[in-house]
Design a protein around this ligand. Sequence first.
Ligand SMILES: Nc1nc2c(ncn2[C@@H]2O[C@H](COP(=O)(O)OP(=O)(O)O)[C@@H](O)[C@H]2O)c(=O)[nH]1
Ligand SMILES: [Mg+2]
Length: 355
Amino acid sequence: MFVDRVRIVARAGNGGPGACSFLREKNMPDGGPDGGNGGRGGSVIIVVDPHVNNLIKYRYSPHQFAKNGQSGGKKQMSGRSGLDCLISVPPGTVVSRIPDEIIQAPIEEGQRAPDDLAPVPEDPAVLEPVTDLVKAGDKFVLCTGGRGGRGNMNFKSSTNQAPKRYENGEEGERGQFQLELKSIADAGLVGFPNAGKSTLLSRISAAHPKIAPYPFTTLEPMIGVVEYPDFARVTVADIPGLIEGAHEGVGLGYDFLRHIERCRTLLFVIDMAGSEGRDPRDDFAQLRKEVSLYQKELGERPYQIIANKMDLPEAAENLKAFEKRVRRKAIPIAGDREEGLDELKAFLKKELTTS
Ligand SMILES: Nc1nc2c(ncn2[C@@H]2O[C@H](COP(=O)(O)OP(=O)(O)O)[C@@H](O)[C@H]2O)c(=O)[nH]1
Ligand SMILES: [Mg+2]
């Protein structure tokens, strides 16, 4: 499952109540009011952490509550502030509020399973955009903690020297929110260097692939837009970060995997001719393994195998053995000759355009 969108229940802490107390000391039987103020409730704060790659954690713990402030004390002591609740998200997270009126499930502590929560609304129009967290270190206060109540020491006046009045703390803000990761593309190309990814991308996309200005990525993915006569579009990403020219056995770079995670479907591009002494079956097994080792969920993401370089002599034979072994059909193409690209484009359209 591609956890690119989660719903959380956030609640800031309530302010602590102010105290009602009077100074009592040996020589001062009638000391004045000395009840201190309650502490401020903790806030729920979203922080962009570049070491976080996904939102999976919040699927399993959707309740994010900050602590309440503590009560004020005697001797004008203020209550302690409640601890903030920090939510770490990857760069490129979009935060929206789910309006209260469309939420069916109440916000109650003790709800733990994500299934207790009403689903994230399908219709994005009902969501109220809150913020777009782009860069590492960006911060946003999602729910502000309640102010602490004033203690009775604040209510002394010329007409009332011994007030018993104090305030309760304010309630913390609460709400339900959707966190969504911006995706890089509908499909991402995965393959060893020289499998023919760049060539393929340039042949299926209308314009020459452009380096995409995604402020949340450190790598610069090449994004090609595949256009159809009916104006449907599918985006395909070629992400650098594979160690180009590396020898067999050197795997996918971590940065590469971090980015490929933001593509809805994976397209494994395999050199079916086994150029440079490679074995297509080993190549595929190794790519799949690395992807799953990086993250189990990424290993379960929908994928399609593209058998490239089918123009070369050994390719047809290899493809037969390959499909038998992996028990899956590949889409045979010869990228640089533009063979098989119609079938590939039809597949992308069927799988990836919505409507
Ligand atoms: N014979 C043959 N060579 C191809 C094909 N597609 C790409 N190549 C060649 O394979 C090499 C690597 O291609 P490139 O697109 O740069 O691979 P990348 O490293 O995966 O991006 C280049 O020399 C391409 O000309 C193909 O369908 N058939
Ligand atoms: Mg390339």
